[in-house]
Write a protein that binds this ligand. Structure first.
Ligand code: TXA
Ligand code: MG
Length: 320
């Protein structure tokens, strides 16, 4: 008897089972050349919410979306000449590009934490590629560890950190690089290195010209770095117990007050995973011209509620 029976060698049968779980909205941990990722179908809001739940993250950080090949980026994000040059030079490999989301991007808004950008990467590990091809969906995948823990570079690390929070861990041996991917933001005029990694700044500059470092003016302007990086146009009124006729109501739970101009419910049954899955899409939908505010009912601070409330508080914070 082993302590964890959710680790399986990544043979053909295990890959098939992994693809089945992912297509059904479940989570699978898988090896990449950098670290193990905790993957979910990036187009499925609830599956993406389950990632945050399993990691126990206190806030919704945007996630990297993994693709089997560069061509799969079309339709998800807007690639300019710089992005194409980096894709050509560094994919598959340990480079993540932050790009503007395409107009009809099917990736969950929760995966971009409500931003209008998307982080994309084509991993250079044969098992990751095989899994992506079999699943036929883009996979959102942060490092496969509980929040605050070290990134896992073996299947055993994943099991030690996540235990039975993930139904299947594909064992592909140790990760060859063992360090997270380089993250470069191409949403602005000047490229910004958001996270150093195996693809060096020098290598990026050889392809792009000057690249601003983390902490530069450009980096501070980059949306992923701002404390209130998604704020609706309407002000938010938190802890609302009712709403007026000029307000939109973001409800939670079974007891919803009447009187709002328009109401959407994060989860009529009070399920926090469902609420996280719907949060960004409902905020966008309620952010309508002609109304005065979005009134938000209280959400419990337990489990994923902490991350939901963190985002609501930041969206409600005074704009500067
Ligand atoms: O090597 C890796 O990148 C691993 C493997 C699994 O691919 N993944 C990984 O994911 O390290 P994670 O979630 O631990 O780190 C993602 C990084 C974070 O620093 C996040 O802020 C940044 O990428 N990021 C993701 N989307 C972004 C966006 N739209 N704008 C700015 N930064 C973004
Ligand atoms: Mg991480």
């Amino acid at each position: 008897m082993t302590a964890f029976d959710n680790i399986r060698p990544a043979d053909d049968a295990a890959l098939e089972e992994a693809a089945r779980i992912l297509r059904a909205g479940g989570l699978v941990a898988f090896p990449t050349e950098t670290v193990y990722g905790l993957g979910a179908d990036a187009t499925d809001d609830r599956a993406v919410a389950a990632i945050f739940e399993a990691k126990g993250r206190p806030r919704f950080n945007p996630l990297i979306v993994h693709l089997p090949e560069a061509a799969a980026a079309e339709g998800l994000a807007v690639l300019d000449d710089r992005a194409r040059a980096l894709a050509q030079g560094f994919w598959p490999g340990p480079l993540t590009m932050v790009l503007p989301r395409a107009a009809s991007c099917p990736v969950s808004l929760l995966a971009s934490a409500g931003l209008d950008s998307l982080a994309l990467r084509v991993p250079g590990h044969p098992l990751a590629e095989a899994l992506l091809r079999r699943t036929g969906r883009p996979l959102a995948a942060p490092s496969a560890n509980r929040a605050g823990a070290l990134s896992p570079t073996s299947a055993g690390h994943v099991a030690a950190s996540l235990g039975d929070r993930v139904p299947l861990i594909l064992d592909g041996g140790p990760c060859p690089l063992g360090l997270e991917s380089t993250v470069v933001d191409l949403t602005g005029r000047r490229p910004v290195l958001l996270r150093p990694g195996a693809v060096t700044r020098e290598a990026l500059e050889a392809a792009l010209g000057p690249v601003a470092g983390p902490g530069s003016n450009e980096a501070i302007k980059s949306p992923g770095q701002l404390s209130s990086h998604y704020a609706p146009g309407l002000p938010l009124r938190l802890d609302a117990t009712g709403a007026g006729p000029r307000e939109a109501l973001l409800a939670f739970g079974p007891k919803v007050p009447e009187g709002a101009a328009v109401t959407l419910n994060l989860s009529p049954s009070g399920d926090l995973t469902e609420a996280a899955a719907k949060l960004f899409a409902q905020l966008h939908a309620l952010d309508r011209p002609g109304l005065e505010a979005i009134a938000v009912m209280p959400v419990p601070e337990t489990g994923l509620g902490a991350a939901i409330n963190d985002r609501l508080r930041r969206a409600a914070a005074p704009r500067g």
